[in-house]
Each structure stands twice: as structure tokens, then as C-alpha cells.
Design a protein around this ligand. Sequence first.
Ligand SMILES: [Zn+2]
Length: 315
Amino acid sequence: MVTEQYSRSTEATPNEGPAYVRSITWGAPAAASAPAPWRSAKLRAMPELPEVETTRRGLAPHVVGRTIARIEVREPRLRWPVARTLPSTLADHRIEGLERRGKYLLFGTDAGTLLVHLGMSGSLRYLPDVTPAGTHDHIDIHFADGGALRFNDPRRFGSFIHTNAPAEHALLRELGPEPLGSDFTAEYLWRSSRHRQVTIKQHLMNGKVVVGVGNIYASESLFRAGIHPSRAAGRIAAARFEPLVAAVREVLRDAIEEGGTTLRNFVGGDGKPGYFRGALRVYERDGQPCVRCAAPIERRVLGQRATYYCPRCQR
Ligand SMILES: [Zn+2]
């Protein structure tokens, strides 16, 4: 049954899913031909919590309160096949809220919740006037009073799932606390790390410990907190968790804010969330001087993920 199907995959899905390398960022297909500074940067990234939160904030004013007329699924083969019954289940129901849990968007209706994950390359755009679908435009949610929400996903790792009980759904129920919520405290993170041999960076990136701290954000948070990424989580003193939790929150808040400002809009053709490029202090800066002490930033691979740190500032 559905539960088993997803629970197996949850195991393989920490915060970020498989460690694939992508050469371009996510966003609208129109952007692919447009020269943009973020395209030349070697982005090994996919939508992470800040991008999903930016998407939520960008879309909410356009979709909440709108009634779904019909859902057009052109390509059901996403990470999990889109249920054949999804369109008829949600048609004629109103979107009452748009929430986020980890990297899932939750479109709430009185006929249950639509869980959307952007996967590795997915994006959602609101179209006030529906244009012909392009390549990779897999799903349109048409609204009764015009306009549509369009899902584009070249790599098809995204998902569209209907559930009546989102909190108990296999994909959500084991998620750790929200990093910006009140449950993510220094005390909590310290407790969660006791007797853990795993590195602090991998511990932070474990979605069962805390959601949404992806590779970029883990490196940046540890730099800000002055903690060496390869230290064993269980051997870090309690006092160091206060600055670490503060750093995680700060890095994510900054990224959400930057996403909000670089985001042109989610309406029309080329809305795309911006990555947190401007403020990166260590990520992909190997060989460049540390902003604090000028020592060259180093790169090493931890848990198969590139990790950047200052060998002098981070202990
Ligand atoms: Zn330094």
C-alpha cells in the first residue's frame, strides 16, 4: 500500500535526495537560453528549504482562496507516479492554505492536501493567462476564474501526492523539527547528537534531526559557528550548540531574504528564485582567502558531499 511505497524511499531521502550534480539552477525553462550570472556559476544545487519557502511566499497570494477547476497531468511519471485519481479528487475544491514542511509544499483543501515536492529541478509558476505548455511542463492546475499553476520539472524527481492526513504521511511523519521553528533549540540539537559518531555536518544534514539544512547551508552554518565540519557530532561541547543553532537560523533566514529580493516574480514566464550566492563565505570558495582570517578555504568530501571550511577559524 501507499505507506510502504513511500517509507522505503524516505530512507534514501535525507534533506537533499541523491547527490546528483547539476550544471544549472532550477527555474523556468525560459531562463535556459537567457544569459544570467547564476548560470555560469557551477551550481551543484537543487531547491532547498529557502527556495521552497520563497516559492511558498511567492505563490500564496496567487493561489490561496482560488478554486481548482481541473488538473491537467501531461506526464504522470514523476518520482512517484501521479495518481490517476488526483485530478478528480481535487477538482472543484478551493485551496485554503499553502504551508511548507521541510521541502514539501502543502496545498490544503477541504478534500485533503496536495503535497508537492520540487525534487531536483522542479519549479512552480503562476500563469495569469495560460500559455501553451512547453517541454517539461508536466502539470497545470487550472483555476475556475482563470489562470493556472504550472509545474515544470526536467528531471522528474518532483512529486504530486494527495493525502487526507499530511502529518501522518510516510514522507512527513519522520521529519525532524523545522530549523526556523521553536523546537529547534541548542538543547535539542545537543541531545540529538550525543553518542553520535557521525560528523557534525552529516548530523545537521540528517532530515530526521532537522529538516532543510542542505549541503550549502550546513557548510555555511558551521563556518559561522566556528565548528570544524568533520568533528564527531557526539564530541562537541554543549556550549557550542547555541552559536550553531543561531548560525543555522541566520543562514537560512538570509537565504530566504535573498531569495525574496532576487526573485523577480512567480507570475508569467521567467520567475525564478535566486540562490544564496552573494552571501556565501566558504561554499565553493576553496583556495580563496577566508573572509575572517585570510587563510585559504579548504575543500574535502564528507559523506560524499563537497564540504568547505576554514582550517584556521573552524575547530
Ligand atoms: Zn578563517
